[in-house]
Design a protein around this ligand. Structure first.
Ligand SMILES: Cc1cc2nc3c(=O)[nH]c(=O)nc-3n(C[C@H](O)[C@H](O)[C@H](O)COP(=O)(O)O)c2cc1C
Length: 257
């Protein structure tokens, strides 16, 4: 085995092992471990090396509780009202007990991934004047930091749950107010982390087959799933996620499983 092969082996082990864990113990994370996490995020590549990422660490119990309340109020008001409008093919709306928003408010460490929108002035002019391109570069840069952080957490034996509810305008506004964040800061994501409280680890993961998602050269007419196949697959993927499934780790409607 070459050195590169073994790097890949380690890498694959890391990415396959990273999961969303929605049960986290309240035990504190040592300061040194927190620093290791943050250091990993610093290395994430960003568009044009503009480095718009800001990381906000929240360990204070009162602040964590205030964040939880903001999210819970939003769930109780807006979220379920909108969920009730789901189309039939999507199946039943999410229920309160399976909402997957902020499932472990007692987790000791909240890390907000923030973006400084002022840094967009550094983009080349073609991107600076294209809202879509600028937004895409900005979001992807923040996503990279988010994923580095998540992988680093896993490598350090920590469990983590992303909490995307912070992107919702109402939650975003209230969180910014709570944490005294200036207007130019965008709250991209919240990663809630600490030590896992999940017994037996997460269930098997439903994954698409590689041969369904990889394409070579010019696409054939039947290379992409039909609308019906796609919806069937999405429904299976989503229900697996919400119901904490235990079934097989693979899915492919073209193979009738
Ligand atoms: C961009 C992004 C946002 C996510 N937001 C949430 C969230 O708000 N709440 C949650 O419980 N999980 C969230 N997740 C976790 C996904 O549901 C999870 O990654 C997916 O079901 C695959 O499971 P795995 O992470 O265990 O591999 C998010 C994941 C990503 C990549």
């Amino acid at each position: 085995m070459t050195g590169q092969d073994s790097d890949y082996g380690e890498f694959l082990k890391l990415v396959r092992g990273r999961r969303t864990i929605r049960a986290i113990k309240p035990h504190p994370v040592p300061a040194g471990t927190v620093q290791q996490l943050l250091e990993a995020a610093r290395w994430a590549p960003t568009g044009f090396n503009l480095q718009p990422v800001e990381l906000l660490v929240v360990e204070d119990l009162e602040l964590r509780e205030a964040v939880r309340k903001i999210i819970q109020d939003w769930i109780d008001s807006d979220f379920y009202v909108l969920e009730a409008t789901r189309e039939d093919w999507q199946g039943a709306p999410w229920k309160p007990e399976t909402h997957g928003m902020l499932d472990c408010p007692m987790a000791p460490l909240f890390i907000f991934i923030l973006g400084d929108t002022r840094r967009l002035v550094g983009l080349p002019m073609n991107a600076r004047y294209s809202r879509q391109k600028a937004d895409s570069i900005f979001e992807t840069s923040l996503a990279n930091a988010f994923m580095y952080l998540w992988l680093a957490a896993h490598s350090l034996g920590l469990a983590a749950q992303p909490v995307s509810a912070v992107k919702n305008e109402r939650v975003q506004g209230l969180v910014k107010h709570l944490l005294n964040l200036p207007d130019f800061i965008y709250v991209y994501e919240l990663l809630v982390t600490g030590y896992s409280a999940m017994e037996g680890g997460p269930s098997a993961k439903l994954l698409r087959h590689l041969d369904e998602m990889v394409h070579y050269g010019r696409a054939a007419d039947d290379e992409f799933l039909t609308e019906t196949e796609l919806r069937k697959q999405i429904r299976k993927l989503r229900s697996g996620n919400v119901a904490r499934h235990t079934e097989a780790d693979r899915i492919n409607p073209k193979r009738s499983d």
